[in-house]
Design a protein around this ligand. Structure first.
Ligand code: UT7
Length: 325
């Protein structure tokens, strides 16, 4: 039977120019480069300029992904943008990107799953393509977490950064075989019982309208390793694969120790992990496409290779996707 697959036709990323090192942060809060590197693996992060919005980062990443795909905004049927830091409460940031790219028709909307947002958005877009409702889609993860950090809280402000990454998906007719290129499967989960462990303590409908990110770091860490291990196991089983069949793992970049623990539990070789957390810190929904763009751009990830994407974030939400590039 013929089936439609979503092929990754182009990847792009954008990081704001300004780099803030751990040492610079240590002048603002009671922390040190040693503590941050040892506990998280983070060495620096990019921070958006005051006049740069999430949509600006998203548009820059989207343009690069479209260029890599040899396409323009007019060729797109769909934009799904993952963010927890939209420009405005409404309209969606995706519609601002849509206008900037000159895409007059189709549909554009945001998806909110915090750090798992890109995997959620990829899953949504893939299902649109598989259902025949779109022939092409732009999937973006873009964040300006610097705007929701409490810069006096050393337990959180040292961990996050700003950025955006994007992929262009194109419908390709496959032959129903696992060896075909494109997105092979996506798996998303959430468990709202853990809502309070990682959240912004304000919002449009709350008594406090502008809030800050609050996190029970140790608890989130514990759940992250368990949930990611489980969902990666689910991907392998669904596709009849063993860990050694995976060429590259592109994980959400929250903490180097989470990446290492998950890889160890799953017997995934550390050389096959794409790691950017040292340079980008945690950019929430942007982290997976930023890391993917880096490894595609420098030639590590090659056409035909099997790539596993995974993420975990507030909600809790978590998920994974398997792609043959
Ligand atoms: O993207 C969504 C997913 N998010 C995550 O996955 C984040 C998960 N959590 C983590 O990455 C880690 O839990 C952290 C990096 C947030 C913290 O590492 P930890 O090893 O769990 O440290 P801790 O929270 O247990 O804190 C250890 C100590 C504490 O001092 P006491 O109570 O032992 O005296 C903290 O007050 O380190 C202290 N501390 C700091 N010290 C210097 C906390 N933050 C800092 C800091 N600088 N920035």
């Amino acid at each position: 039977m013929k089936m439609i697959r979503s092929l990754i036709a182009g990847v792009g990323a954008y990081l704001p120019e300004r780099v803030v090192t751990n040492r610079e942060l240590a002048q603002r809060v009671d922390t040190s480069d040693e503590w941050i590197v040892e506990r998280s693996g983070i060495r620096q992060r990019h921070i958006a300029a005051d006049d740069q919005l999430t949509s600006d980062l998203a548009i820059a990443a989207a343009r690069r992904a479209l260029e890599a795909a040899g396409m323009s905004g007019g060729d797109l049927d769909l934009i799904v943008l993952a963010t927890a830091t939209p420009d405005n409460t409404f309209p969606s940031t995706a519609t601002r990107v849509q206008a900037a790219l000159g895409m007059a028709g189709g549909a554009a909307f945001d998806v909110q799953a915090v750090c798992s947002g890109f995997i959620y958005a990829l899953s949504v877009a893939d299902n649109f393509i598989k259902a025949g409702q779109a022939r092409s889609a732009l999937v973006i993860g873009a964040e300006t977490f610097s705007r929701i950090l409490d810069w006096k809280d050393r337990t959180t402000c040292v961990l996050f950064g700003d950025g955006a990454g994007a992929v262009v998906l194109r419908a390709e007719a496959g032959h129903g075989e696992v060896s075909d290129r494109g997105i092979l499967s996506t798996h998303i989960h959430s468990d709202g019982r853990y809502y309070d462990l990682l959240k912004v303590d304000g919002g449009a409908s709350s008594s406090k309208q502008v809030g800050h990110l609050r996190m029970e770091g140790r608890e989130v860490f514990r759940h992250a390793v368990a949930n990611l291990t489980e969902v990666v196991g689910e991907v392998l089983e669904a596709n009849g694969l063993a860990p050694q069949d995976i060429d590259w793992v592109v994980p959400h970049q929250a903490n180097k120790r989470i990446l290492d623990s998950t890889a160890r539990k799953l017997h995934l070789s550390p050389e096959r992990l794409v790691v950017t957390v040292d340079q980008h810190a945690n950019t929430s929904a942007a982290s997976v496409p930023l890391a993917l763009a880096e490894a595609v751009g420098d030639g590590r990830i090659k056409p035909g290779q099997l790539v596993l994407l995974e993420a975990m974030g507030g909600g809790f939400t978590w998920g994974a996707a398997l792609v043959r590039m």
